[in-house]
Design a protein around this ligand. Sequence first.
Ligand code: AMP
Ligand code: TRP
Length: 338
Amino acid sequence: MPRIFSGIQPSGELHIGNLLGAVQNWVNLQQEYDCLYAIVDLHALTGVHEARGDLHQRTRDMAIGLLASGIDPEHATLFVQSHVTEHSELMWLLNAVTPVGELERMTQYKDKAAGLESIPAGLLNYPILMSADILLYRADLVPVGEDQVQHLELARGIARRWNAEYSPTEPFFPEPQPLLTKAKRIRGLDGESKMSKSKGNTIGILDSPEVIWQRLRPSVTDPARVTRKDPGTPEICGLYELHQHFSPPDTVKEVAEKCRTAGWGCLDCKRVLADNMAETLAPIRTKAQELTAAPERVDDLLAKGAAKARAQARATIDRAHELIGLMPPHPAATSTET
Ligand code: AMP
Ligand code: TRP
């Protein structure tokens, strides 16, 4: 069975862009593949966060969001990256075969490093850690968004070079391929940019019906609809796009027609969307509330996930050490007894 690995940064609560663009895909894949999903807290250290102090909380909140959205620990291995220390270990081994020139060519690096007075090495090496995440489990497929495709290409290059160097006769690391979701890029409530927490144009998957309405009401629609009587073009409206994800097919049809004929004002359309969205998200919210009330259950699930991941990770590191030809420790030295 092909193996899948993917990671998500602990940004705290998920928004509907994350849900539709990434997490729902993860949920669907877990039925058919051997899936490992990590909350990549070590990657988050390279980002600028207003409140790094609450990384712990954001990590647990992300776990709750993923579990509530349908990631099922019975079907997928869900864990926190820093709980499996082998990620950092493999990263060092991969460092040895990664050209700095390639790291410097990464678009994400160039964007994030631009304007920084002092560039942390972690920002440059970020894609090596990402490669380590994937190669540690010798994963074949990696569901990611468009923006991560370049990092995956780098990961394949790293795997290739490592294999050429240390396991030329029988490649040890498979070259991981991206698994792109069908061009899903959910627009934010500003009607322009991608929905993103940093833009403040999101709806959280755990938002209450009241908050959903408060957020949707002032959101930007087709600019042609200046007054209620002006007809619009549903295809260019971000809210029509959301209807397609949250409303039943008949409603979607009705929305399109009422927009084109100015039968509804934008506010009517938003009201219907808010109700359908609240209804779709209600079970996720209920599940999240249950998990929030039982944090020890969440921590226990994450511990079990980490234990499962660690067993595989350790085997990869041990074999990699062997292939490199590092001196194995004396068996007595691996015992923790004094
Ligand atoms: P981020 O926290 O922005 O790195 O996003 C985490 C995951 O959600 C990535 O796989 C993104 O591709 C996906 N994602 C984030 N924002 C959107 C969006 N507006 N539309 C679709 N997918 C998104
Ligand atoms: N870099 C990815 C992002 O920002 C997150 C990530 C870390 C990841 N390690 C990964 C994604 C491994 C896929 C596989 O979205």
